[in-house]
Ligand binder design. Structure first.
Ligand SMILES: [Zn+2]
Length: 226
């Protein structure tokens, strides 16, 4: 089967191709000789951690680690999946978002019973996806699986439907989802609520630094008038 993409990063061009012509990412589990894009390959998860392999292409990562996450994970700095090369993440986010993570379609029909995920998945499609590139991350055990704590960003990019997202779209995605983090923190108590507020403030600072808001309308009108 030939790939349906003419121009792919060389590392992704080496991946096997499924019957539709899509490259099969490293994280995908093969069941009865067929890739199941909804299921995370547990052996590859271990290898990604132990040998610092890219979650999408499976080759060794360099210093920079790119996490593909939704805005809520940008706030709490947690990912349930290991990082990738920036180049691999960028291609996947722009060309076909379901290549970035298992269960991207949230389609659980016919899921094998052993499929599971660590942490608590916020079951919504955030609309906006972030590539968070960092030099620092560490994994920890949670709920029988592993999660990744993501360090300060070297670079952040937001995408929606294969193009760069606007600040307005990022803000909207946060505004419509953040109550889920608030609710979770409330169930965990005062310490979690305070920590969440700190995370929110820090993310707002980062966002204002890289995606400044346009000036208020009155101010820009006044500037034009003078
Ligand atoms: Zn890669």
């Amino acid at each position: 089967m030939a790939s349906r993409f003419e121009h792919m990063p060389p590392r992704l061009a080496k991946l096997p191709v499924d019957e539709r012509g899509y490259p099969v990412p490293y994280f995908v589990e093969w069941i009865d000789g067929k890739p199941d894009f909804r299921v995370m390959n547990q052996q590859h998860l271990v290898a990604a951690i132990r040998f610092s392999r890219c979650w999408i292409c499976g080759e060794k990562l360099g210093r920079f680690k790119a996490f593909v996450i939704g805005p809520m994970c940008c706030i709490n700095r947690i990912s349930s999946e290991p990082p990738s090369h920036h180049e691999c993440a960028r291609f996947a986010v722009e060309a076909c978002p379901f290549l970035t993570r298992p269960m991207a379609k949230r389609n659980t029909r016919g899921m094998p019973e052993e499929a599971w995920t660590a942490g608590i998945m916020l079951d919504r499609n955030p609309g906006v996806t972030c590539i968070w590139t960092t030099l620092a991350c560490r994994w920890f055990r949670d709920n029988g699986g592993v999660l990744f704590r993501i360090g300060e960003p070297e670079r952040l990019q937001f995408f929606r439907e294969g193009r760069e997202a606007t600040r307005e779209e990022v803000d909207h995605s946060i505004a419509t989802g953040v109550h889920q983090l608030d609710d979770l923190a409330k169930t965990e108590g005062t310490k979690a609520i305070v920590q969440l507020e700190n995370y929110k403030r820090r993310f707002r600072e980062i966002l204002d630094g890289i995606l400044p808001l346009p000036p208020p309308k009155e101010a820009s009108d006044a500037a034009r008038a003078s």
